[in-house]
Design a protein around this ligand. Structure first.
Ligand SMILES: C=CC1=C(C)c2cc3[nH]c(cc4nc(cc5[nH]c(cc1n2)c(C)c5CCC(=O)O)C(CCC(=O)O)=C4C)c(C)c3C=C
Ligand SMILES: [Fe+2]
Ligand SMILES: [Fe+2]
Length: 331
């Protein structure tokens, strides 16, 4: 029997792993940031206001003012390899591919912007992957991040006649492999400093406080990560929530407010962002540049930003362990 020309290849079945992060603009200019924000902020999982009320605000105010300001922020952290989030996610995917070798095909995608989730699934299928593990790179579950990746995968599967078997990596906020990686990374970062910080501050991305009361586990999982890490490090870890957006009440304490208070008290601080799998605008610009300025302007003594797990050895050992465990039974 000959196969029709559009038939998917009948190759030896392989296993696919798709790493997914949030997404980032293609370039640090206002039109690119506008396109990115329009897609991101139109997601009902991200802004939970009825679209009939929200779209006029988004199109009328936010998309006319924010892209220019955000593009300026992106320009300060942009690299020769593009946006830090894009470059680091690519590096994580390549390192994981090297760790697994031929049996597993590793790819990466972004929930908003490029590379998009649908084409990435198609490419894995075309490479013969009939089983795909989708790994949203968010340690703490949040409807605005984890659930929207699941939604996007489901939406693409609806278009397929021959669907792959799909699994999702669960949130790993209290997983031993994650806590070990954080411990190693934070201890390494602290050892490289020429001062001993009074305060070790874990800054998580914020969310509207309302989502906590509606049952989103994000706040509790963030606090649990910090508590378990504090136990592992044998020292206190303070928690704050960054990147407030809009007028509603967000989770507290806010990172910028806390940095100002600590600055006024003349403290020294080491800050890190355990909820981000990769450094990005929110860590490199908001914390390492702007946070430092705010803290020092308030009178703070010494400030250090400790990088995310990124594609460094402890973070990659964690990712390999988490993925390997999920693939058991398929490999
Ligand atoms: C309602 C607005 C927002 C919610 C809710 C939100 C949740 C949320 N975001 C992340 C991770 C990232 N966010 C990033 C950028 C970013 N986030 C918002 C708004 C909300 N985030 C905006 C408007 C932006 C764009 C930049 C800006 O204009 O300030 C990024 C970085 C992207 C990059 O290109 O580097 C990440 C990562 C989490 C984990 C989260 C909920 C837990
Ligand atoms: Fe965000
Ligand atoms: Fe921000």
């Amino acid at each position: 029997m000959t196969l029709p020309p559009d038939h998917p290849p009948v190759a030896a079945p392989r296993i696919g792993v798709l790493l997914v992060n949030l997404g980032t603009p293609d370039a640090p200019d206002a039109p690119s940031v506008r396109r990115y924000l329009a897609e991101f902020l139109s997601d009902r999982r991200v802004v939970e206001i009825p679209q009939i009320l929200w779209q006029p605000i988004l199109r009328g105010i936010i998309l006319t003012t924010r892209p220019k300001k955000s593009a300026h922020a992106y320009a300060q952290v942009w690299t020769d390899d593009g946006s830090p989030l894009a470059a680091i996610t690519r590096a994580q995917s390549q390192a994981l591919q090297a760790a697994f070798g031929e049996a597993v095909q590793v790819a990466h995608a972004m929930r908003y912007g490029k590379p998009a989730i649908g084409p990435a699934i198609d490419a894995l299928m075309a490479a013969g992957c009939r089983h795909i593990l989708v790994a949203p790179l968010y340690p703490q579950y949040c409807a605005a991040t984890t659930a929207t990746v699941v939604d996007a995968v489901g939406k693409h599967l609806q278009t397929l006649r021959w669907q792959p078997a799909i699994r999702f990596l669960p949130p790993y906020h209290d997983d031993g492999a994650y806590l070990d990686a954080l411990k190693q990374s934070v201890e390494g970062g602290l050892a490289a400093l020429d001062f001993t910080p009074d305060v070790l501050l874990a800054s998580f991305h914020g969310m509207p406080e309302r989502t906590l009361h509606l049952g989103d586990p994000y706040h509790c999982q963030s606090r649990k990560t910090a508590r378990l890490l504090s136990d592992a490090l044998g020292r206190p870890v303070e928690v704050a929530f960054q990147s407030r957006f809009g007028r509603a009440k967000w989770l507290e304490p806010a990172t910028d407010t806390l940095l100002e208070t600590l600055g006024k008290q003349g403290k020294s601080v080491a800050i890190f962002a355990p909820g981000f799998a990769a450094d990005c605008l929110e860590t490199l610009e908001e914390l390492a540049i702007r946070g430092k300025q705010q803290f020092e302007a308030a009178g703070g003594r010494r400030f250090a930003y400790l990088p995310c797990l990124n594609a460094d050895a402890p973070g990659m050992a964690m990712l390999e362990a988490l993925v390997r465990r999920e693939l058991a039974g398929w490999l």
